[in-house]
Design a protein around this ligand. Structure first.
Ligand SMILES: [Zn+2]
Ligand SMILES: [Zn+2]
Ligand SMILES: [Zn+2]
Length: 103
């Protein structure tokens, strides 16, 4: 079962939020549709706080959720290594859960 949600990276506009290529370039996450599909069940991405943007500063989609703002989760167990924050102490995605915070 899948769920159609608003694309977090472009906030549903379908346009590249950073105008990297041109002001009319399509969002690379949703291909301009403004919506993305994620398999149920899903949780807000803890690594980017649901923004879909890479919190490490680069103007690219979040490396954990791919810019969707949410991740598909089968498990509901908080990652003990990062305590559910999805990050290692160096700010990179937690190696145990892949940055999702749960597994
Ligand atoms: Zn988009
Ligand atoms: Zn994310
Ligand atoms: Zn973790």
């Amino acid at each position: 079962m899948s769920n159609i949600i608003k694309c977090a990276f472009c906030s549903g506009s379908g346009k590249d939020p950073y105008d990297l290529l041109s002001p009319i370039s399509d969002c690379l996450v949703c291909n301009g549709s403004g919506k993305v599909e994620i398999t149920h069940p899903l949780k807000k991405c803890v690594f980017c706080s649901g923004s879909g943007k890479n919190p490490l500063g680069a103007r690219v989609p979040c490396i954990v959720c791919g810019g969707k703002g949410s991740n598909h989760f089968e498990g509901d167990t908080k990652c003990t290594q990062c305590k559910g924050r999805g990050r290692s102490t160096d700010g990179l995605p937690c190696t145990s859960c892949g940055g999702k915070g749960f597994k």
